[in-house]
Write a protein that binds this ligand. Structure first.
Ligand SMILES: [Zn+2]
Length: 331
């Protein structure tokens, strides 16, 4: 697992390193150019000289300061013009003595007037991609296809399978955009797009700069128990911080793990902590509502019922549909 605090430190260390490198690179370039063209130093010396001269003149005759300044400006622009021409004639870039930062907006500090620079925001997005456990497995809402959901009528919902899916899709999109929307519980059989739709939500949130953690229930609970029962070294604190602190937590495949009172309590705590912090969650499961109640206690079930919008995925296993299509192609 990648821990955000360490990773952020690495990002800022890299900015420091880049700034130092850029300054050293500038010094090296200036030294090289000045050695080759000593005349350039002469321009700089003259510029300093007229500056000092102007300063002295004003001190001696403050009443004439306006005239001195005017005169100084004239000489200065003349010298600068000469220097510019010299650079041009010798094919030296005009900005050879400036520090070249990777990001000219924030000068490799990550901030512009206390606001995050777009380059830092992008680094944080990249980091969140890494942290999510979903890199390479993320999808865009635009990739979601309704073709796999048919016109079969679902009586209890008074709509077709496709219409049901369109409703769920809309709710998932809204979930990513609306800060106050309820958590989502996706339930239904295998291969109905639950994980796919979760990953669309994950991508949407990640791209808007939010942090996302994806865990299968099996690995989340077994990790926890490994630490809890001392089967694994170290502490669970940082992982716990990620699970509680991420802007979106996705728990996939709830129900496939072996449960015991300890893991049920852990699950209950996660939901309570995140609800208290108004942090978003998506849980997907192949279990029925009855199955959840039996496996995780009545108390946990009613907690889920309160804080989640329960969405029933109905249809025919997409993987099987794809296989059938492949079959026909090969007929
Ligand atoms: Zn920047």
């Amino acid at each position: 697992m990648i821990y955000e605090r360490d990773a952020l430190k690495r990002i800022f260390d890299k900015y420091d390193e880049d700034r130092t490198k850029a300054r050293m690179e500038r010094d090296r370039r200036v030294k090289e150019v000045n050695e080759k063209y000593p005349q350039l130093l002469e321009f700089d010396r003259k510029i300093t000289e007229i500056g000092i001269e102007n300063f002295k003149n004003i001190l001696d005759n403050p009443e004439k300061s306006e005239e001195f300044n005017k005169n100084f400006e004239k000489k200065l622009s003349l010298l600068k013009e000469k220097k510019k021409n010299f650079l041009l004639e010798n094919g030296i870039p005009e900005d050879f003595d400036e520090v070249k930062y990777n990001c000219e907006k924030c000068l490799d500090t990550g901030y512009i007037d206390n606001e995050k620079c777009p380059c830092l925001i992008q680094k944080i997005i990249d980091l969140h991609y890494e942290m999510s456990n979903m890199k390479g497995n993320l999808h865009d809402f635009s990739e979601f296809s309704f073709d796999y959901y048919g016109d079969k009528y679902i009586e209890k919902l008074d709509m077709t399978e496709k219409e049901n899916m369109q409703e769920i899709f809309k709710k998932a999109q809204n979930f990513c955009e609306d800060e106050k929307s309820k958590n989502l519980l996706f339930y239904g059989g295998c291969g109905l797009g639950k994980t796919f739709l979760s990953s669309c939500c994950a991508k949407k949130m990640l791209d808007s700069g939010k942090s996302v953690i994806y865990e299968t229930a099996a690995s989340l609970f077994s990790d926890y128990e490994d630490y809890k029962f001392g089967r694994r070294e170290g502490s669970f604190d940082e992982t716990n911080e990620l699970i509680t602190g991420a802007d979106l937590l996705i728990i996939d495949d709830l129900g496939t793990e072996v449960t015991n009172p300890v893991s049920v309590q852990f699950f209950f705590d996660i939901i309570n902590k995140r609800t208290a912090l108004s942090k978003k969650m998506i849980i997907s499961t192949n279990l029925t509502m009855d199955g959840i109640q039996k496996k995780y206690t009545e108390r946990l079930f009613s907690r889920l019922y309160e804080s989640f919008e329960i969405l029933h995925f109905i249809g025919e296993d997409i993987r099987i549909q794809k296989l059938k299509k492949e079959g026909h192609k090969n007929d």
